[in-house]
Write a protein that binds this ligand. Structure first.
Ligand SMILES: Cc1cc2nc3c(=O)[nH]c(=O)nc-3n(C[C@H](O)[C@H](O)[C@H](O)COP(=O)(O)O)c2cc1C
Length: 258
């Protein structure tokens, strides 16, 4: 019999030591938005990180992702400039979102741009030969788009965990979907027209002491058999959370945006 592949070998169900090792990585995957500028990420680490993404699940196993490692400091600076400008645009729009300091992208030791190919939406359950906007097809296309985005997010999460496993802090930057962002950033990386940039992953050793952010308790996010209605928020409670809590949980405090 052929030797078992190392990635699909049998594992003892309930192996707590293995789970604990995994959770050490999960719990210590912590966002930072300012990295040490004197550190250089070895090429091998980029490959180890993307290797984790490569093994991720995806709808129809379409693997609709591409990861562009950015090493050119000038390109990093131009990407960072876009986000800093976007921060200004949002402020002028009165968005009141506690936007972080995006200057850190320019000097992040690790920068990986995450791209996807929306044409693969058609690989998921849709009526491919009918108008995507027809009343019957629209819900399928909307769901297919979610399948695509979930697929890329799953792979990106694996990459973030791999970076955390290597000891890095990470930064998931999604402020990028808009057409403006596509037009500003794609040419810097020679990204083909059909491909969209979804987010940016930055990582490196932190420049400042890191801190663990608030996480909900298990009982707040988990139900058995029926949705636990005691955890269900009214519209007013959601609005109040956004107004009074969001800035506290994204950062240490509203005054101390990192
Ligand atoms: C889908 C997603 C989008 C995010 N987008 C941004 C972003 O655009 N800018 C940013 O500074 N942080 C972004 N973050 C990072 C979150 O703010 C951070 O994960 C959250 O505050 C929890 O902190 P933690 O990662 O340390 O647990 C994003 C995270 C995720 C998963």
């Amino acid at each position: 019999m052929a030797e078992a592949s190392p990635t699909v070998r049998g594992v003892e169900i309930g192996d707590r030591a293995r789970y604990d090792t995994f959770m050490d990585v999960v719990v210590n995957r912590i966002t930072t938005r300012a990295f040490r500028v004197d550190y250089s990420v070895p090429r091998e680490h980029f490959e180890l990180i993307i290797e984790a993404a490569r093994h991720s699940p995806s709808g129809a196993n379409a693997q609709p992702w591409h990861y562009i490692v950015v090493t050119d400091p000038e390109v990093k600076r131009q990407i960072s400039d876009y986000f800093v400008a976007e921060q200004g645009r949002r402020a002028r729009l009165g968005m009141k979102f506690p936007t972080p300091n995006y200057h850190g992208i320019a000097t992040a030791p690790g920068v990986i741009v995450v791209a996807t190919d929306f044409r693969f939406v058609r690989a998921f359950p849709v009526l491919r030969h009918e108008d995507p906007d027809s009343p019957v097809n629209r819900p399928y296309y909307e769901n297919a788009e979610r399948i695509l985005l979930q697929s890329v997010a799953a792979a990106t999460m694996s990459a973030h965990l791999a970076a955390a496993a290597l000891g890095y802090n990470v930064w998931w930057v999604t402020a990028i979907g808009q057409q403006d962002a596509q037009e500003a950033i794609k040419p810097l990386l020679d990204v083909p027209e059909e491909i969209s940039i979804i987010d940016i992953m930055c990582f490196g050793p932190p420049a400042k002491p890191i801190y663990k952010r608030w996480k909900k308790e298990l009982s707040q996010i988990m139900s058995w058999d029926r949705f636990d209605r005691s955890q269900h928020l009214t519209d007013e409670q959601v609005e109040d959370w956004i107004k009074t809590q969001r800035h506290r949980v994204m950062y240490r405090s509203e005054e101390n945006v990192d």
